[in-house]
Design a protein around this ligand. Structure first.
Ligand SMILES: NC(=O)c1ccc[n+]([C@@H]2O[C@H](COP(=O)([O-])OP(=O)(O)OC[C@H]3O[C@@H](n4cnc5c(N)ncnc54)[C@H](O)[C@@H]3O)[C@@H](O)[C@H]2O)c1
Length: 252
């Protein structure tokens, strides 16, 4: 039978694949027969999860990378092309919640740290893989933004601002490269049950969950299913989009 949303042999980099949403995306991509790069600054966890999903290691590659450094994202792209010959899919998933407090109490260092990972990191990963995609005239880039980037969550101003930045980076880049067969989209999850929730207070989680009409948090596998479509050939007339996955919190 024909496989829909086939990723057969596609080479996909997933940043932040050591756990949470990134690990779920990596797992789903492997099941869809892609070759998957587990790109994460936590090498030990990335190796553990990669081994659990692809013990022979034939369809996976672990690349330790700090996405805030251009020399590291460029080295990642080189390592991937050396092993697999190409890069067809980039999932910009790595991110942090950052300080969970009123803006007036956020330090300059905290602001810089969050923006370096959540926004500059997306830029540097795109910058590192685009030369390969432009040469091949093929690419799918999906960035994991957040509902916070649409609505703005109180006590998460740096996070919300960086995610709004990811949404607009997506729209701008999509228009630049769509004529070359590279489609760039982002998604905006509401609360998803992953270890990132340890970075925020229970009060914050309760606030965010109370605003979800479905009345529950999302699961990493549900996010992976949406990313799967956006990373596939079937995503052929959608670019620059910001696709909602928030249990009805944002219907725009
Ligand atoms: N879980 C949620 O409620 C939720 C909601 C909306 C959006 N998101 C977004 O989804 C993405 C994944 O979140 P998650 O919940 O799975 O988080 P997580 O904390 O479970 O995992 C994040 C991963 O990113 C990696 N990482 C962090 N900084 C890095 C860096 N500088 N370089 C390389 N890797 C780095 C971590 O090591 C970790 O493996 C994030 O961008 C997050 O903002 C999450």
């Amino acid at each position: 039978m024909e496989a829909f949303y086939s990723l057969k042999n596609r080479v996909a980099i997933v940043t932040g694949a050591a756990r949470g949403i990134g690990a779920a995306i990596a797992e789903r991509f492997l099941r869809a027969e892609a070759r998957v790069v587990f790109a994460d600054r936590d090498e030990a966890e990335a190796r553990k999860v990669a081994h659990s999903l692809d013990a022979p290691g034939e369809r996976s590659l672990v690349v330790p990378v700090d996405i805030t450094r251009l020399n590291e994202t460029e080295a990642m792209a080189k390592q991937v092309t050396d092993k697999f010959g190409t890069i067809e899919i980039l999932i910009n998933n790595a991110g942090i919640a950052g300080p969970n407090k009123p803006l007036v109490d956020v330090s300059e260092e905290e602001w810089d740290f969050v923006t370096a990972i959540n926004l500059k990191g997306v830029f540097l990963c795109c910058k590192a893989v685009l030369p390969v995609m432009l040469k091949n005239r093929y690419g799918r880039i999906v960035s994991v933004a957040s509902i916070a980037g649409k609505e703005g969550n109180p006590n998460l101003a740096p996070y919300s601002a960086t995610k709004a930045g990811v949404i607009c980076l997506t729209k701008a880049l999509a228009k630049e490269v769509c004529a070359q067969g590279i489609y760039v989209n982002c998604i905006t999850p509401a609360v998803i049950d992953t270890p990132i929730l340890r970075q925020v207070t229970q009060q914050q989680i309760d606030y965010m969950t109370s605003r979800i009409p479905m009345g529950r948090v999302g699961k990493p596998g549900e996010v992976a299913a949406l990313v799967h479509f956006l990373a596939s050939d079937d995503c052929s007339f959608t670019t620059g989009a910001c696709v909602d996955i928030s249990g009805g919190r944002a219907t725009y």
